[in-house]
Design a protein around this ligand. Structure first.
Ligand code: ADP
Length: 551
């Protein structure tokens, strides 16, 4: 079941009927498809600051290569359902007449050779793009402001969201827009190839477009009008993430011997798939994903959209919502500090974390290597020292700005700073404090020192999953769930599939960092100081946004 994890690679995870992983594979875009000359799977346009995109057809070629690599490992004829995970917000533009090509693929030829001319633009805007500020403001203004748009669609307008991206194409390349018969998200694009038909956009990934009415789960006429003319027919219908997109196309039956009854379940975005893969189900459960970008998410019963963060429909239940905070500066920015200050080595990075005390002597760093989303600040580094943090009598610590930190402090500052920001924003967004438990995932969750800081700063236990690609695993689990709902003829809760049996499946989580709070006085005192530091950070952040923030 092949999901696409964010943008650097395409990964496949195959589960058996006991929800145990029986095979996995990966295709790395830069190294295995070097002819596209991408860096980290993307292009950065030197002539247009913030314009970041990926070559659409690279994903098709990666998909074919992934299937070739999987072929000796699994019997495709035994696969009963496939779903997947596409990087959220990325979009694909099918050229007029392409449906005919898509629905009549010749199994004797490659997908790439048949689909390479099927797109009205070869460039897919992706989540890293920040070049659509003008379009964001126009859409917000047209519906009565940022907060109104958030109430309507679950988020204010964000540069990376698909609606503003579509508007930019409509405005700057009207011929491309005109020549487009269908717009897919990366997720529905891959599902379309598998079913040989245009697949619906799923409601959860669809909520990352600034186009869907979050309460009705239908396209919002007001926002469609504010975005581009004739858009509704180019988007097609919406469907729940657990719905069947269709049966697998004859192309895959004949070429790779898939069973013609194999179901394709709606693909969704990387974050909704991670939520499914982490088995989040109880209020107070929080997930922190430390991947290329950093994200924080949990489940709520009600939609309470605000100016920060996002609300999406829960991808695994017909009711309820998932809330999400998303940072653009995640692992790549930590790597930048590692490369500048810690000899390009995680070992040295960790030895600096060992060398520096929790709270870092009050040193607070803000590191934005790319334009940040949360908070909306431009590229730049800012460093402060909260001077009398250890003075118990002071509830108003003094803050001074400094030019630089010594390398070990810089390392601790980037780790603690990000976690303090996550805690501050999660609490503002109504997530419970302290959380019941945190599940950490993504590449940096392999770092025990970082997990330890999470438990100190949030004051709760931190668990990790067996392996970091929970989006891929979640997509495979959703495939099984969609198949089960289809078998039963009605929706069944996803937890039925693993309740009471979780540890025997590949979905279990293990305790990685225990909270030293509760009975432990020193742990409680440390947590209290982190609370002071967190508030101070939020105050400094607010001032920075007032001074230099992007509107
Ligand atoms: P993606 O978001 O592309 O799926 P991953 O979740 O696999 O990426 O995360 C990859 C990132 O994990 C790398 O960019 C790297 O910076 C980070 N990483 C890997 N090992 C460590 C480590 N020991 N400490 C901190 N970060 C790490």
């Amino acid at each position: 079941m092949p999901p696409m994890s964010r943008f650097r690679s395409l990964k496949a995870t195959v589960l058996n009927n006991e929800l145990i992983i029986v095979a996995s594979e990966i295709v790395n875009f830069d190294s295995e498809l070097p002819h596209y000359k991408t860096e980290d799977g993307v292009y950065r346009d030197p002539a247009d600051d913030g314009h970041i995109f990926s070559p659409t057809i690279m994903w098709i070629e990666a998909f074919e290569l992934l299937l070739e690599k999987l072929k000796p490992k699994i019997n495709f004829s035994k696969v009963v359902a496939i779903s997947g995970s596409g990087q959220q917000h990325g979009s694909v533009y099918w050229k007029k007449g392409s449906h005919t090509v898509l629905s009549s693929l010749d199994p004797s030829k490659s997908l790439l050779s048949q689909l390479k001319d099927a797109f009205s633009t070869m460039d897919s805007p992706i989540w890293m793009d920040s070049s659509t500020t003008k379009q964001c403001r126009e859409i917000e203004n047209a519906v009565g402001g940022a907060l109104e748009l958030s109430k309507l669609t679950g988020s204010r307008a964000y540069e990376r969201f698909t609606g503003p991206q579509i508007r930019k194409i409509y405005q700057t390349a009207p011929n491309v827009y005109e020549d487009t018969e269908r717009i897919s998200l990366v997720s529905s694009f891959m599902a379309s190839i598998l079913v040989g038909n245009y697949a619906s956009i799923d409601e959860t990934d669809g909520a990352g477009m600034n186009l869907m009415d979050i309460n009705q789960r239908t396209w919002s006429k007001a926002v469609l009008e504010a975005t581009a003319p004739g858009l509704e027919e180019k988007l097609g219908k919406l469907a729940p993430a657990y719905a069947v997109a269709g049966r697998i196309a004859p192309y895959f039956v004949e070429r790779l011997q898939f069973d013609s009854n194999c179901l394709v379940i709606q693909w969704s975005g990387d974050n909704p798939n991670s939520l499914a893969g982490l088995t989040l189900n109880t209020p107070g459960d929080l997930a922190i994903s430390l991947g290329t970008s950093d994200t924080v998410f949990g489940i709520t019963a009600e939609a309470k959209p605000s100016l920060e963060g996002h609300v999406f429909p829960n991808p695994v239940e017909p009711d309820g919502y998932m809330v999400m905070l998303c940072y653009k500066n995640g692992s790549l920015t930590r790597e930048d500090v590692r490369n500048r200050c810690a000899e390009k080595s995680w070992d040295v990075f960790n030895s600096y974390l060992d060398k520096t005390p929790p709270l870092n002597g009050g040193k607070l760093g803000f590191y934005y290597k790319d334009h940040e989303i949360l908070p909306p600040l431009p590229v730049g580094f800012h460093r402060y020292i909260v001077e009398n943090l250890n003075d118990a009598t002071s509830d108003n610590p003094v803050v001074c700005e400094v030019e630089e930190f010594d390398p070990p402090s810089e390392v601790r500052a980037i780790v603690e700073g990000q976690l303090l920001s996550m805690r501050g924003h999660a609490e503002r967004f109504g997530m419970p404090y302290p959380p019941k438990r945190i599940i950490a995932t993504g590449g940096a969750s392999s770092n025990e020192r970082i997990l330890n800081s999470i438990s100190q700063i949030f004051g709760c236990h931190v668990f990790t999953v067996e392996r970091p690609d929970s989006a891929s695993l979640g997509a495979a689990l959703r495939a099984a769930h969609g198949w089960l709902c289809n078998e039963q003829g009605s929706f069944v809760p996803i937890s039925c599939m693993y309740q009471g049996n979780l540890e025997k499946t590949s979905l279990g989580a293990k305790l990685a960092a225990a909270a030293a709070t509760g009975e432990d006085a020193a742990g409680n005192e440390l947590l209290d100081k982190y609370t002071v530091l967190m508030r101070k950070r939020m105050e400094i952040e607010r001032r920075l946004v007032e001074k230099i923030g992007r509107v």
